[in-house]
Ligand binder design. Structure first.
Ligand code: LRH
Ligand code: MN
Ligand code: MN
Length: 424
């Protein structure tokens, strides 16, 4: 972890400026009828889960260029996740991917306690073959034509639930790569029937208080058709399963220019928005850092979420899902968690009474200006003050760089080869 002296030193350097900026923003918001302390306390309690797979350097199918001090296993990964939360106070939980992170529950629990984290949604993995498994997923998993392969995929999902129960998780996220590469290769209807039948068996094993999240993605690894390809199919799945089944929206899993905030609104309206994988995208499932390409779109998503917040039953899960190919993953994840909080804080600033009035009066220009006013407000002093008061860093990247954490772990973790591609 980062030594408290480093935190104190870097925070002390930035404190006077932060206090001045926070006071100025407080005055400005006061003139707009907004109490800055209310926004700050909402931000302070807002957390986003870190994906365990995000702390290793990512890659493409062409190459992977590992950084130094790559985490060797889930325990190293949790050390890195602990640092991210220590500095940002924004990432209190980790989302595990099984079997990548499969370890005895007792060991996972004691590591979580050591680094001060909890476990978010469990992610099953039937998009790869794993050592020792009897049946290959080359032609699909939950929708495979072969019943024994489907059974194996069902059993794996149930095993994820069982491990999750022992470590305090409350959700299972299912994403499958099932689909086809050639027109005619599969019968769309029969394939989806097989998928639904298999997922029903997983759903039946879901404990009380758990949520099952299905995640859609337009394409990849299947390049002609994908079984769970869009939010419409995803909604059908959640409706077919029942109350505990909801849809997960990964921001990178849509066709370019799709109106994601509207998908969020639709799923919310019908009680089926279960959670997010935040990231950003330019072309496809790029898994770029959250807010790095289109921060306005992220804000518009949060605008819908804040709009829905008044419903006490509305409680979607928030996770990052990114791949860091050219940056230190810890730095990227800290900045991304902050971007999520930023979009949330900006969305809290929207003058909703005025907005509703402009909408009812069909004043398109002023409605848009109302959103823009909130988006243009620099909320950084709110985020930084919330971090500081929570025991974190005013400037997480500066504190992290000053700490020498990466060099320290690099001396303990052997360098790894970058040969071959891969998503993690
Ligand atoms: C698929 C996906 C899904 C997986 C993760 C590794 O593209 O978004 O969430 O679990 O990437
Ligand atoms: Mn995802
Ligand atoms: Mn993805």
């Amino acid at each position: 972890m980062i030594h408290s002296d480093i935190m104190t030193k870097t925070n002390d350097t930035a404190l006077a400026k932060l206090r001045a900026d926070y006071a100025a923003l407080g005055d400005h918001l006061d003139r707009r009828g907004i109490d800055i302390t209310v926004i700050k306390s909402k931000v302070a309690t807002y957390g986003v889960a870190v994906p365990s797979w995000g702390v290793g350097t990512g890659g493409t199918r062409f190459a992977r260029f590992p950084g130094s001090g790559e985490p060797r296993d889930i325990f190293d990964k949790m050390d890195d996740c602990g640092v991210i939360h220590q500095l940002t106070r924004a990432t209190p939980s980790v989302s595990l991917h099984i079997p990548w992170d499969a370890q005895p529950a007792a060991d996972l629990n004691s590591k979580a306690e050591e680094v001060g984290l909890t476990f978010d949604a469990m992610n099953s993995n039937t998009f790869q073959d794993h050592p020792g498994q009897a049946h290959s997923y080359k032609f699909g998993s939950l929708s495979h034509t072969d019943a024994a392969t489907r059974r194996q995929a069902v059993d794996h999902n149930i095993a994820c639930i069982e491990l999750g129960q022992q470590i305090g998780s409350k959700a299972l996220t299912i994403w499958v790569g099932d689909g086809s590469n050639f027109p005619g290769q599969t019968n769309f209807t029969r394939q989806f029937e097989r998928y639904l039948d298999a997922v029903k068996q997983v759903y039946a094993a879901l404990p009380e208080g758990w949520t099952m999240l299905s995640e859609h993605k337009m394409y990849e690894p299947a390049f002609y058709s994908t079984v769970v390809q869009d939010w419409g199919t995803n909604l059908l799945i959640a409706q077919q399963m029942g109350e505990k089944a909801k849809c997960l929206v990964d921001l990178g899993h849509h066709a370019p220019n799709v109106n994601i905030e509207m998908i969020v609104a639709r799923l919310t309206q019908f009680g089926k928005l279960g959670g997010f994988h935040f990231n950003d995208s330019k072309y496809g499932d790029d898994d770029l850092d959250t807010g790095s390409i289109d921060p306005y779109r992220l804000f518009l998503v949060f605008n819908e979420l804040v709009e829905a917040e008044s419903d006490p039953d509305f409680d979607p899960m928030h996770m990052l899902d990114q791949s860091h190919n050219v940056t230190d993953p810890i730095e990227s994840l800290m900045v991304s968690a902050t971007e999520v909080q930023r979009a949330y804080a900006q969305a809290l600033l929207v003058d909703r009474t005025s907005l509703a009035g402009f909408q009812d009066a069909n004043d398109a220009l002023m409605a848009s200006a109302t959103l823009k006013q909130a988006f243009r407000t620099d909320v950084e002093p709110i985020l930084a003050m919330a971090r500081l008061e929570g025991g974190g860093a005013i400037d997480p990247v500066a504190a992290y760089r000053a700490s020498g954490y990466r060099a320290r772990v690099a001396s303990q973790r052997p360098a790894v080869s970058g040969a071959g591609g891969g998503i993690v």
